[in-house]
Design a protein around this ligand. Structure first.
Ligand SMILES: C[S@@+](CC[C@H](N)C(=O)[O-])C[C@H]1O[C@@H](n2cnc3c(N)ncnc32)[C@H](O)[C@@H]1O
Length: 272
């Protein structure tokens, strides 16, 4: 299927900062901050970039994600170190007042700058021309941010010398083939990557869908760390949680941070 047929209209605006973004963005923050400790320069490739910054609307899903997280953090003086770092570096103490939140590319840039790196290269792909215009405006003063309004899978195969790839498709059903092929390609090349996909129930609503199960099993068989989380009770064909795979240095620390988040938010982890 061509990407032009597949994407038709996906808009992340209403979903920004929801439960899935919270776990994805915590994963990114912890992984990047650990990787930055050993590097002077960093190149990041975002296959499905989305916007750099979002306005949080009253009807958005963020209340169940970063909104709830910010509330827990404000009440909890003893937060685990990595959750506290995510809260601070992404300015979540101001989220309810300012109603702004960063997308993945800006989250990565915030962490790299906070870790003292200045030699930063970012390659951002999105197929939505309005998103690309927004990215170009946001990053206009940063010479080393390249924005490609094109199929991010294709760009990923053509680009070398990358420290971390984020693969974050809008819809696991339509993207399954390209998504899993790109993860396989990263694994074969020893390329560090983080992937995110929505978690769905099977047709009898008693466990993971076959696609989610095969992603989980592939990660186990390949020795890649993964984390499956459910924030809804029961199984549904609709999104009821998410899966993150992280083939990065310091993966144990990322998994611990995800575990701490799940506990704080009252969610559950899912075994394949
Ligand atoms: C889930 S959103 C990305 C969210 C972002 N990574 C974040 O965490 O803030 C998915 C984005 O992928 C874009 N997209 C869909 N198909 C794509 C493709 N084949 N290549 C690049 N971008 C694509 C959509 O336009 C959308 O902006």
């Amino acid at each position: 299927m061509l990407w032009t047929e597949r994407i038709l209209k996906y808009d992340h605006t209403n979903k920004i900062g929801n439960q899935g973004d919270l776990i994805k963005h915590l994963t990114l923050t912890v992984a990047i901050s650990r990787m930055a400790e050993t590097k002077h320069a960093f190149t990041y490739l975002d296959v499905h970039s989305g916007r750099a910054r979002y306005d949080l609307s009253d009807s958005g899903e963020w209340g169940q994600g970063i909104g709830k997280f910010a509330g827990h953090c404000a009440e909890n003086a003893q937060l685990p170190e990595d959750l506290a770092y995510f809260y601070d570096v992404q300015s979540l103490n101001r989220v309810n007042r300012e109603r702004k939140y960063w997308g993945s590319s800006r989250i990565v840039l915030n962490v790299l700058l906070d870790q003292g790196l200045t030699d930063i290269r970012m390659i951002l792909c999105d197929t939505d021309s309005a998103v690309c215009r927004d990215l170009k405006e946001h990053y206009q003063d940063r010479l080393l941010v390249a924005i490609h309004c094109m199929d991010g899978y294709r760009k990923a195969y053509d680009t070398g010398g990358v420290d971390l790839v984020l693969i974050d498709p809008p819809d696991i059903s339509a993207h399954y083939t390209e998504f899993t092929a790109l993860m396989g390609h990263c694994l074969a090349r020893g390329q560090s990557f983080i992937s995110w996909n929505s978690l769905h129930g099977n047709s009898i609503q008693q466990g993971m869908s076959s696609k989610c199960l095969s992603i989980s099993r592939w990660a186990d068989e390949s020795g890649i760390s993964s984390f499956s989380v459910r924030w809804k009770k029961g199984w549904s064909r609709q999104m009821c949680g998410c899966q993150v795979l992280f083939s990065v240095p310091g993966a144990g620390r990322v998994a611990d941070a995800c575990g701490d988040l799940v506990k704080l938010m009252g969610w559950s982890t899912v075994e394949s």
